[in-house]
Ligand binder design. Structure first.
Ligand code: F6R
Length: 606
């Protein structure tokens, strides 16, 4: 969701800014823009490649700000692209977030004589700062005073012609990372574009304002002129954010599956004792023994991971669990108390709806936990304790490797809480032993990618798709359908197989194929009946089944096999072919699967 990037130092800023934008491209690609003091501003509709065509060799300077837009207010046009400028062309602003009171601010500024050029909410910031600058005659104070007037969310970087080496950045509800080099400082929406310059970063907190020059940086708040924020060292490197020879990040990230699961379980399994060690929960372990209920909150793919978690936790840890999407939980009055755990699942750790759900639960006294991939992200910091996925940076807009690592982390949490409350050592041993075998089993699914490729070619012409599953694979039906929708724009619906005859079966005909997730588990026989029901209506069926299943081969021919594992862990295997199927279908249809239309990686606005 919009990417901001800024630099000040002693090197040519243009290549640094363009490179920063390129690394952030997965956050937004409606339009793009760059400003270098004394050299000018260039904007373009589309992605960085389009901007490059318009840049001339005269854009010389040693600081600058840049932006990738995911449109909220105003169409993706050049005029609406950032940076936005004040009336006198002196203040330049890039912004990620939404200024909620922009209409009233705009009216006020217009009545004061300001002229607006764009339809965006962001432009009010440039004019507000211009207005305050007249009053205070100080760039920093003008930014601080302007932010006082603003309601909403922002991650911003501001440049002022009168002080061209200085960049001022601020954060409220949208992520901002400060990169610290030697005589060079950076601002970015996330850490990935900083890696090639520095590993030392500071994650700004809400209300922080950072003032950067080539010589140093300082962080302040609205009231204090200086606050100290802890420096962190990034724990991933530049290689991890490259495509590694793959055509797309999405494919690279799916293919990383075995390594990802190794990383999620590394150092956490104690199979001989049937235990798991989760250091991130140490501080709250005693409290966890007395909890009575868990509410899992997430959005999109993370929500579907939560649904699988519900089945795991209720079956093996005996704790009542509810799962909710963040955007619903935050606005309704759910009864929550100190015996409730709010467990947030989020890859980015920045999703606005999930974050607000955490804050709401905290206000009501709940213990908050996170299953988060992005180290140091807002959700990781604001929850009381948690489990990091350790999946590494996920760049492909559609979540793949993060999903299977979320499921794995939920399985770890299940053993941890289960063993606190009566799960036998044998059951604990069984689950931990099976978790250890998952990387190898995922590899054997990935080895079938040629088959999955040919099935994707066969079905790519479909207009619709039904995905159905039961029990642990019920959420996977929804996740598989979401992946296909996002990447191939084929209309796909998830459905509990038992619900078929309560409505969805009406859609089935020869042109409406079904993908059935039918591993050899406790609901296998029921899935077979559901598949028969579809076949009886001349519907085409493609299935995910367990290796060695010969009964299915009598009914259908398009089958992708996954290895046998514990029923609760089957989603970790069955999700992988669905990711590959969506990927190859999107590619077969000629789409850029790393940049699905209208989507952005990190949804930091409501
Ligand atoms: C789907 C997808 C989204 C995210 C959702 C939550 O492929 O990527 O549905 O899962 O926006 O994002 P995080 O996990 O960052 O909170």
């Amino acid at each position: 969701m919009c990417g901001i990037f800024a630099y000040t130092g002693n090197k040519e800023s243009l290549p640094i800014l363009l490179d920063g934008l390129q690394s952030l491209e997965y956050r937004g690609y409606d339009s793009v823009g760059i400003y270098i003091p004394n050299a000018g501003i260039v904007k373009s509709v589309g992605a960085v490649q389009e901007l490059k065509k318009k840049i001339t060799s005269t854009m010389v300077g040693t600081s600058g700000i840049a932006h990738l837009r995911w449109a909220t207010h105003g169409e993706p046009t050049e005029v609406n692209a950032h940076p936005h400028v004040d009336c006198s062309d002196t203040i330049y602003v890039v912004h990620n977030g939404i200024i909620e009171n922009y209409k009233e601010l705009k009216e006020k500024l217009i009545s004061l004589g300001h002229t607006f050029r764009s339809a965006t909410d962001t432009e009010v910031l440039a004019h507000l700062i211009e207005h305050q600058l007249k009053e205070t005659e100080d760039f920093e104070l003008a930014v601080v005073a302007s932010l006082h007037e603003v309601k909403g969310t922002y991650g911003i970087a501001v440049s002022y012609k009168g002080d061209p080496e200085k960049i001022i950045a601020a954060r409220l509800g949208a992520p901002v990372v400060l990169g610290i080099g030697i005589n060079k400082y950076f601002i970015a929406s996330d850490a990935s574009p900083l890696l090639r310059h520095t590993k030392d970063v500071v994650y700004l907190r809400d209300g922080d304002i950072a003032v950067l020059t080539p010589q140093n940086y300082r962080i302040r708040t609205y009231t204090d002129v200086e606050v100290i924020r802890k420096k962190q060292v990034l724990d991933f490197d530049v290689e991890q954010v490259k495509k590694d020879g793959y055509e797309h990040f999405m494919l690279k990230e799916i293919m990383e599956g075995p390594q990802v699961i190794e990383n999620t379980i590394r150092g956490r399994l104690v199979p001989e004792k049937g235990l798991v060690k989760l250091g991130g929960l140490d501080a709250v372990n005693e409290q966890l023994r007395t909890i009575e209920r868990i509410i899992i909150v997430g959005c999109g793919t993370a929500y579907y991971a939560g649904l699988v978690g519900e089945y795991m936790l209720e079956e093996y840890a005996g704790i009542p669990v509810e799962v909710e999407i963040g955007s619903e939980f935050r606005y309704r009055n759910a009864p929550v108390d100190k015996h409730t755990v709010l467990l947030a699942v989020s890859q980015s750790g920045e999703t606005a709806d999930t974050l607000e759900a955490i804050r709401e639960a905290k206000r009501k006294g709940a213990l908050t936990l996170g299953i988060v991939n992005a180290v140091g992200s807002t959700i990781a910091r604001e929850t009381d304790a948690g489990i990091y996925n350790h999946a590494g940076p996920e760049i492909g807009v559609a979540s793949t490797k993060a999903f299977i690592s979320q499921l794995t982390a939920l399985a770890l949490l299940t053993v941890h809480l289960g063993r606190q409350r009566g799960m036998s050592i044998d059951v604990g041993r069984n689950i931990t032993k099976e978790l250890k075998l998952l990387p190898e089993k995922i590899q054997s699914v990935l080895d079938q990618r040629e088959l999955i490729y040919s099935l994707a070619q066969k079905y790519a012409g479909s207009r619709d798709f039904l995905y159905m599953g039961r029990k642990y694979n019920y959420p996977i039906a929804f996740e598989g359908a979401l992946k296909l929708k996002e990447i191939s724009y084929i209309h796909a619906e998830g459905c509990g197989a038992g619900e078929m005859k309560h409505g969805p079966i009406a859609m089935i005909d020869t042109e409406f194929p079904t993908l059935a997730i039918a591993p050899h588990d406790s609901v296998y026989e029921k899935m077979l009946s559901n598949i028969e029901e579809i076949k009886a209506r001349k519907g085409k069926v493609l299935a995910i089944a367990t290796e060695g299943d010969i009964r299915l081969t009598d009914i259908i021919s398009d089958i992708i096999y996954i290895p046998q594992t514990l029923e609760m862990l089957t989603p970790i295997l069955s999700a992988v072919p669905l990711q590959l199927f969506a990927y190859y279908t999107g590619v077969a249809k000629g789409f850029n699967v790393d940049r699905p239309r209208n989507l952005a990686k990190s949804v930091t606005v409501e």
